[in-house]
Write a protein that binds this ligand. Structure first.
Ligand code: KE4
Length: 431
């Protein structure tokens, strides 16, 4: 086993942070609550690696939870940002950059006629719900247990990601009057959706679904499930919102809707589209998007929406991803890694199952591959936490929760993947 790493500096930074930031973190999943121990404070990152305050460097599979698909501190991104910053950081007025990124986004997601930028995935899904409710004149929404769409009130009901990790899938503070309008179906069980529609006639505004769920760990849609979802929305007059905040530009340039040939009414984006800067987006058919102020009556706004630095980082990132051969290369590397992990686990006799979608994957400590939230919850969380800690000691930073996805980027070269698999080999022994 690698020598124990000193994390003294991180510990003292954590102590200081906890005094004035709740839990010492600005997003709960970073606190390492699910795996125990203290979070590492990061001081820099480059390509496939991050370095903590004690100068320990790790191969990084968190990738800032998805945005860093071209690698940390990519020169094309950082140089463009430096130039943009010298021209000013925010104007509160429209810029050409927003139209450029909007054009690139709509070219990548042809289901969208128009798009609006916001500053996070939460804002994107929250705004999409309001738009769907206004467009249909209905109040109820259907989501799926274990799916996470950010921390908007209506969506924090049986949510995944950090909510599932911390075991608070339905947060206090969400008014019962509001939570009542959020109906939860079981992912991959289309009959559970139909049942909710039948029980709530003419009152469901939309179904919101992750392109490929990554917030209960990565769970794949069963053959025909998404198509059936679109059909049942049409049948009952509801809109289909595809939340591609994580799957957008992650499965391929056009996200899950390109892979599964689905034409959602509204799509939500985030993460990759900002290249590490705060960007979210929601877009859809013209007749729906034109309901938005100042054109229509649905109010939605944001001081930093379309921020020039954020747009610059997004444009630079999508330019790299749009180059010929990028995804075949990225997906080939992802396959090398996931096939390698599967083989090592089999040889080591470790009960687990790996699910991957494009350049993201989850290693579930459950021999039966989860197809829904119940399956994800049946994982051996203690074994996951042992594996996480050993991998950290071996110099590989995994997402600190079984209910998350690992993200592979262009900077994870075959040499980096080889080193990762060596660590997996060591850490799987007598797990
Ligand atoms: P943000 O508000 O965190 O930018 O996006 C919310 C969101 C919406 N939709 C999907 C499918 C998402 O995965 C997310 C956010 N993902 C989590 C990771 N599973 C963000 C990490 C965190 O909460 O710190």
């Amino acid at each position: 086993m690698a020598a124990k790493k000193s994390t003294k500096k991180s510990s003292s930074l954590f102590l200081a942070a906890k005094k004035i930031i709740p839990g010492g973190v600005n997003s709960p999943v970073r606190a390492f609550s699910a795996v125990g121990g203290k979070p590492l404070f990061i001081k820099k990152a480059s390509g496939p690696t991050i370095t903590d305050a004690d100068n320990n460097t790790y191969i990084d599979y968190i990738g800032s939870w998805g945005p860093m698909i071209v690698g940390h501190a990519h020169p094309a991104v950082t140089k463009a940002l430096a130039k943009a910053a010298a021209r000013g950081t925010s104007f509160g007025a429209p810029t050409e950059l927003e139209t450029t990124l909007a054009r690139m986004t709509i070219d990548a997601f042809p289901s969208m006629d128009m798009v609006r930028f916001v500053s996070s995935g939460t804002e994107a899904t929250m705004s999409a719900l309001r738009l769907a409710r206004a467009y249909t004149g209905r109040d109820k929404i259907i989501k799926f247990e274990g799916c996470y769409h950010g921390h908007g009130d209506s969506l924090l009901v049986k949510a995944g990601s950090g909510a599932a990790t911390l075991g608070i899938p339905s947060s206090p503070g969400v008014p019962k009057t509001l939570a009542r309008n959020t109906l939860n179906a079981q992912y991959n069980h289309i009959e559970s959706v139909e049942k909710l529609f039948k029980k709530n006639p003419d009152s469901v505004a939309c179904v919101i679904v992750e392109g490929v769920p990554g917030n209960m760990g990565v769970v794949l849609p069963k053959e025909g499930f998404l198509q059936a979802l679109k059909k049942v929305c049409r049948k009952y007059g509801a809109l289909l919102i595809m939340d591609e905040v994580m799957s957008g530009f992650r499965l391929c340039y056009g996200g899950a809707q390109q892979v599964f040939k689905i034409d959602p009414d509204i799509t939500c984006l985030g993460k990759v589209i900002g290249g590490g800067m705060p960007v979210g987006a929601f877009g859809g058919k013209k007749e729906i998007m034109e309901q938005l102020a100042p054109l229509g009556p649905v109010y939605q706004a944001g001081t930093l929406s379309g921020n020039p630095l954020a747009m610059t980082a997004g444009i630079a990132t999508l330019k790299i991803l749009g180059r010929k051969g990028v995804y075949p290369r990225l997906l080939k590397r992802a396959k090398t890694l996931t096939d390698g992990i599967t083989k090592i686990a089999e040889k080591a006799g470790v009960e687990c199952s790996l699910t991957s979608a494009g350049a993201m994957f989850t290693l579930f400590f459950n021999a039966k591959r989860p197809v829904d939230y119940a399956g994800a919850c049946a994982c051996d969380l203690k074994k996951f936490s042992r594996y996480f800690k050993r991998m950290l000691e071996a110099g590989v930073m995994l997402p600190p929760s079984q209910f998350e996805a690992n993200f592979i980027g262009l900077a994870h070269t075959p040499e980096v993947i080889g080193r990762t698999l060596e660590a997996v080999e060591k850490c799987m022994k007598r797990l």
